[in-house]
Design a protein around this ligand. Sequence first.
Ligand SMILES: [Zn+2]
Length: 157
Amino acid sequence: MKQCKHCRTDIDKKAKVCPQCGRSQSNKLVSLLIKIAIIFGIIIALIVACSKGVSDAIDEADKQKESLKVEENTVTASKDEYGFSYNIEGYIKNESDKSFSYVQVTYTAYDKDGNTLGTCIDNNSGLEANGRWKFKAMCLSEVDSIASYKLSEVTGW
Ligand SMILES: [Zn+2]
């Protein structure tokens, strides 16, 4: 026999609930700690699942970006007839079966000594799955000094 923690009635040693007052005989602190541990575990599991979802989405976006390929043998560069802009033209292929809602290409322009002069850029509002984009990246500053150029970035989403 033991005494009920609440009403002091003598009750069975194994009783979890007092038959007299109907109240629980378990240790409140222990059960509270177990509840906290369970809730904490659920929160951690949700955070892990959520951050994995986010990183999967980022991986997916990175993978899609990599499917934009500059067809290097199509790329040419020239000054326009008025010397107003330096244009780098070529084709970019979307090698994925997903379409883009925005695509952008950037080249960096250099002078004959290798100093950076500026950025040549073109963009388009979309590129269909397996589509080909004829881009024309324009440099508008220091046009007469441009001696070389290098692909900086192809991006899209
Ligand atoms: Zn009781």
